[in-house]
Design a binder for this molecule. Structure first.
Ligand SMILES: C[S@@+](CC[C@H](N)C(=O)[O-])C[C@H]1O[C@@H](n2cnc3c(N)ncnc32)[C@H](O)[C@@H]1O
Length: 625
């Protein structure tokens, strides 16, 4: 008889809950673990990661032992966590609770079945068991030819006919026999082979007929989908996996500008492009932030795949890894700049795809949000429509509808690297960007400027008025403004200087505009004088109406004040987040083993990684005694 009053340790209950949420895609592992604020975050993290990595073994063990059939009321998530701990973790379970006694009762059965299950070595524990993805280079051979060649070598072709049944397809991938392969249901030229299949020495790999590219990394170009004949810009091209995929989708008809800033990586790009046999790619060793429509004319499709933290790469999914908030902010600043450049500098661009191999909101949804909030010409479109509407992971709910439009690939669920994709399309007549934020963009100023200037170009205006989001420069903004003021005052001819001062004195709303635009005006003194004279006339007009408008002005000032307050609040939130992280780190530090006293915690944290750990500790204790 079980004593039902004995409870399962909270550590396992919490771990099972997080594990379920990760598998169901309702949160990222890191986020969920840190949210729980459990004193033993590391142990929970390690156990969930272990359970995820042991997925296929756990499936087999549960199926063969029939534990869940015989114990139908047993929470399957808790069962999997307890089995993981017993067989691959601490190798023991504490206490007398019913779930623990149940799993212990099956221990021998598990072990009997376990002997024929291949268990990855401990050094591989931090790697998700991904299958081998092979993209057929259709510029070199057709998919059918590739399939025939593999079949001749003894590979057995498996198929999944329902391309809407993604979960069924994932099950099939997990269960692939060691001689089976299967075409992907989303990416037409992608073949999937069992985990750890090696192709590096395969002749098809050596002669460029196949490219070893993770499925998640194929998604951005598949979604960009430029038709043959298009002009495509790949803003961050090296090493060139996606560039060559674009050329294949174009069937080598059209033009691909492949831009790479780094000289060494540029050489790799050139080699990969050459081996792909594509002739429609032109490579440029340039900083894309210095380019525009004049450098690359008539661009219709743009891929923005910028440098990122790489936190989604599965071999980097380690328990210890955390990115500093400072680095994330810096990366995000760069990503925002580059995405903004894509959406504002190429007037013929129809579709832009933004992707990262990062799992951090800061580099993903947050970048998309900030760019969309200030863009009048592009809208976000639902990414899932490009993957048969059969996908499991989307952007964070914290971003509302915007989150739903974006797409994530998650290692633990999609069996790929971690990836993020967002798709933008130019708005058509009568359409609008539903995520445009009139408040942030200073919509009133935009409308006034539009009325004031005759020949108005939205795109140029956006470029002139977009906020510099680089956190570094944001911090420096107040100083920069002062500096700009000085520079402008020195450089603008004496006679105009007075007008500028008058402008500053009288036109409260123009203040920011003048300062923002100054660096550009430096080069164009002639046009400045003209503009200033125009503006001066406006001031006279303005003064006349000033009395009438004073109430309205007060409102505007108030509104601006609110914006500043909101900005400060955002900054505060950022600081709070950093503090939160620091607290977590502190909590971890607190619960880290203090060499002499808390041996039990030490054992719990180290055992998952090093089965020798506990023994060594016990040994030490003995020595002391
Ligand atoms: C994530 S990688 C791109 C991977 C590539 N799309 C692929 O699929 O093979 C980002 C690349 O952008 C390059 N990069 C970073 N800043 C750049 C800039 N301002 N202009 C052009 N390339 C840049 C980096 O050197 C790096 O090679």
């Amino acid at each position: 008889m079980f004593d039902h009053s004995i409870k399962v340790p909270r550590l396992y209950k919490t771990t099972a809950k997080i594990y379920r949420q990760v598998k169901e895609g309702t949160g990222s592992l890191k986020q969920l673990v840190y949210e729980k604020k459990h004193p033993n975050i590391k142990a929970i993290y390690a156990l969930v990661v272990e359970a995820i990595h042991r997925d296929s073994e756990l499936n087999k063990l549960i199926e063969r032992s029939e534990i869940l059939k015989k114990e139908p009321r047993f929470d399957p998530w808790l069962a999997r966590i307890l089995i993981t701990e017993l067989l691959f973790g601490k190798l023991k379970l504490p206490g007398e609770s019913k779930p623990i006694k149940t799993v212990l009762a099956y221990e021998q059965i598990f072990k009997a079945h376990n002997s024929d299950i291949v268990i990855p070595k401990s050094s591989e524990v931090n790697q998700v068991n991904k299958p081998r993805y092979v993209r057929v280079n259709t510029l070199s051979c057709t998919v059918n030819e590739a399939i025939e060649n593999f079949s001749e070598e003894g590979w057995v072709l498996s198929k999944h006919l329902d391309n809407k049944d993604y979960t069924g397809f994932l099950e099939k991938i997990i269960q692939l026999n060691e001689d089976e392969f299967i075409p992907d249901i989303h990416i037409p030229n992608l073949l999937i082979f069992p985990i750890k299949t090696q192709f590096y020495r395969h002749p098809a790999y050596k002669n460029g007929q196949i490219i070893l590219q993770d499925k998640a990394s194929c998604l951005p170009v598949h979604i960009l989908a430029p038709p043959p004949g298009s002009v495509v810009l790949d803003m961050c091209a090296a090493p060139g996996m996606k560039t060559t995929q674009v050329a294949a989708i174009l069937n080598d008809q059209g033009l691909v500008y492949a831009v790479e800033k780094d000289e060494r990586r540029f050489k790799t790009l050139e080699k990969i492009v050459e081996s792909s046999k594509a002739t429609c790619i032109k490579c440029f060793n340039k900083d894309i932030l210095t380019c525009d429509n004049e450098t690359f004319p008539n661009v219709e499709y743009i891929l923005v795949d910028p440098s990122c933290s790489g936190s989604g790469l599965t071999d980097r999914l380690t328990v210890e890894e955390k990115q500093s908030q400072f680095r994330l902010n810096k990366l995000a600043g760069f990503q925002i700049k580059i995405l903004r450049a894509a959406l504002t500098r190429y007037p013929n661009a129809k579709r832009v795809v933004y992707s990262t191999c990062s799992t951090y909101l800061e580099e993903n949804e947050d970048v998309v949000r900030q760019v969309l909030e200030t863009n009048l010409n592009f809208k976000l479109v639902e990414a899932k429509q490009f993957v048969n509407n059969a996908w499991l992971n989307f952007g964070s709910e914290d971003f509302g509808e915007m989150g739903k439009f974006c797409l994530y690939a998650k290692p633990e669920l999609d069996l790929t690297n971690g990836f993020f994709v967002a798709v933008f399309e130019r708005v058509q007549e009568g359409e609008e960007n539903m995520f445009f934020n009139k408040k942030n963009y200073n919509y009133k100023k935009y409308e006034q400027d539009k009325k004031r200037r005759g020949n108005f170009n939205d795109e140029e205006y956006e470029q002139e008025n977009t906020i510099d989001d680089d956190p570094k420069t944001l911090e420096e903004k107040p100083k920069r403004r002062k500096k700009n003021k000085l520079i402008s005052e020195q450089e603008i001819p004496e006679e105009n200087n007075g007008i500028v001062k008058a402008n500053q004195k009288n036109v409260i709303n123009n203040d920011e505009e003048i300062l923002e635009e100054r660096p550009k005006k430096k080069k164009k003194n002639k046009s400045i004088s003209k503009e200033i004279t125009e503006e001066n006339n406006e001031i006279v007009e303005y003064k006349k109406k000033k009395k009438k408008k004073s109430k309205h002005l007060k409102e505007e000032i108030l509104e601006e004040k609110y914006e500043v307050v909101e900005e400060i609040q955002n900054e505060k939130q950022k600081i709070l987040r950093i503090k939160d992280n620091e607290q977590i780190q502190e909590t971890e530090e607190k619960h880290k083993p203090k060499k002499k006293k808390s041996k039990s915690v030490d054992v719990e944290e180290t055992e998952l990684k090093d089965p020798e750990g506990p023994k060594k500790k016990k040994h030490k204790k003995k020595d002391k005694e």
